[in-house]
Design a protein around this ligand. Structure first.
Ligand SMILES: C[S@@+](CC[C@H](N)C(=O)[O-])C[C@H]1O[C@@H](n2cnc3c(N)ncnc32)[C@H](O)[C@@H]1O
Length: 382
């Protein structure tokens, strides 16, 4: 089994603990305690707190026992009997802290029973064969959460802003009181550039707005439930917040994406446009007249944007002439008038556009842009 031992640096453990609202918790519990960093940070804030941690790695248990501040024992976090065991041994736990392992695991009967108990199975597609381990750890923590309890958990970008897990966000934001989502820098964990977030939640009380913040920036944003379900990453809202107030909205354009795969285009068409044809600078392209009958074709005046790929994401080109089929890795922006086209092209060819698209893109590793990101950038971006 993967252990994914990316430990939370002290700075981020402290940040999580300082953002918890609970007044004087009696017990803190960490599912996957690692080197105990999160638990020890709670002890620095509340000196009388009892620390409890479990881990699958015997070495971590051995080290925690040497330190003697943590009551640690070996336990597999995927076991459905976790709440019974913990509650029998320690009673109710009022503070839960966690930085789960991030990997994909098989959706087996144990995991189904864990997710079902909290109501998460309803948000998961019937065809799903595997599931992120962090969702299972989140569900286990929710099973342990008490009426007056609080949970601080570090989750990856997919759950906070990815399109695939919108249903989970809808569930979390409507069934619990998600108080804060705090964005961490991409360099937060050694040996990985995974983008992660601290999420702080309590049981449902009144409906309140969600507060977004970032460890490295001052200022917060309050967003409503609908926006939070779309995405809850601070950087996204920060980017558009000032521009929303100041900008004159450009809306006379359509956005769509190419429809044919690169493999099919390579096989069937002598002329087509794919991300690898886009230069690293904003370029203007004269293409042949070679449309395809079954795909989306370019029109003169179209602006094409690389939708995926580390190197090609956010590359742009203006089609000066020609009709060729477009690959599904490309987003097309078609303006309804020359003046709107000029405004859009000026924004998209700006020096900072590519970097901004990279910051706003979704996905870990395989980054991608959505129509919404591009639309918002055109309408409100700078
Ligand atoms: C990302 S690390 C976080 C450790 C620590 N909580 C921290 O914040 O630094 C995840 C931890 O979960 C442990 N782990 C992985 N799979 C586990 C499982 N099935 N049951 C219990 N612990 C597990 C790993 O050994 C590792 O210590």
């Amino acid at each position: 089994m993967e252990l994914q031992q990316y430990y939370t640096q002290n700075r981020y453990s402290e940040h999580m603990v300082n953002n918890l609202a609970i007044e004087s918790p009696a017990h803190a519990f960490d599912l996957g305690l690692g080197n105990g960093g999160l638990l020890l940070a709670t002890k620095r804030r509340w000196s009388k707190i009892n620390l409890i941690g479990v881990d699958l790695d015997q070495e971590n248990i051995y080290k925690a026992k040497l330190n003697s501040q943590i009551d640690a024992f070996e336990f597999d976090g995927f076991r459905p009997d976790l709440p019974e065991i913990i509650n029998k041994k320690y009673g109710n736990i009022d503070l839960l802290v966690s930085n789960p392992p991030y990997f994909s695991c098989k959706l087996d009967t144990d995991i189904i029973s864990i997710l079902s108990e909290v109501g998460m199975m309803d948000c998961i597609s019937k065809n799903c064969q595997s599931i992120p381990a962090e969702l299972v750890f989140l569900a286990q923590n929710l099973r342990l959460l008490t009426e007056k309890g609080e949970l601080g958990i570090i989750l990856p970008a997919g759950l906070i802003s990815g399109e695939r897990w919108k249903g989970i966000r809808e569930f979390l934001f409507s069934e619990y009181n998600v108080v804060k989502v705090i964005q961490l820098p991409t360099s937060s964990f050694k040996r990985t550039d995974a983008q992660a977030f601290i999420l702080i939640l309590t049981p449902k009380s009144t409906n309140s707005d969600l507060v977004l913040s970032h460890v490295d920036y001052s200022g917060e944003f309050k967003i409503n439930l609908n926006d939070a379900i779309q995405r809850s990453d601070y950087i996204y809202y920060r980017h558009f917040s000032e521009c929303r107030v100041n900008s004159k909205i450009i809306d006379d354009f359509s956005i769509f994406r190419g429809s044919l795969t690169h493999a099919k285009l390579k096989n069937d068409s002598s002329h087509y446009i794919h991300t690898s044809h886009l230069e690293n600078y904003a370029s203007e392209l004269n293409l042949p007249k070679s449309p395809s009958s079954d795909g989306v074709n370019t029109m003169p005046g179209d602006i094409v944007i690389g939708r995926v790929g580390r190197r090609c994401l956010g590359r742009v080109a203006l089609i000066k002439s020609g009709h060729v089929p477009v690959s599904d890795c490309i987003i097309i922006v078609r303006a309804n008038s020359p003046s709107v086209r000029k405004q859009i092209w000026n924004k998209l060819k700006a020096e900072n556009a590519k970097n901004t698209f990279y910051d706003l893109s979704l996905g870990v590793g395989a980054k991608y842009l959505t129509h919404n990101i591009v639309r918002n950038y055109i309408q409100f971006g700078s």
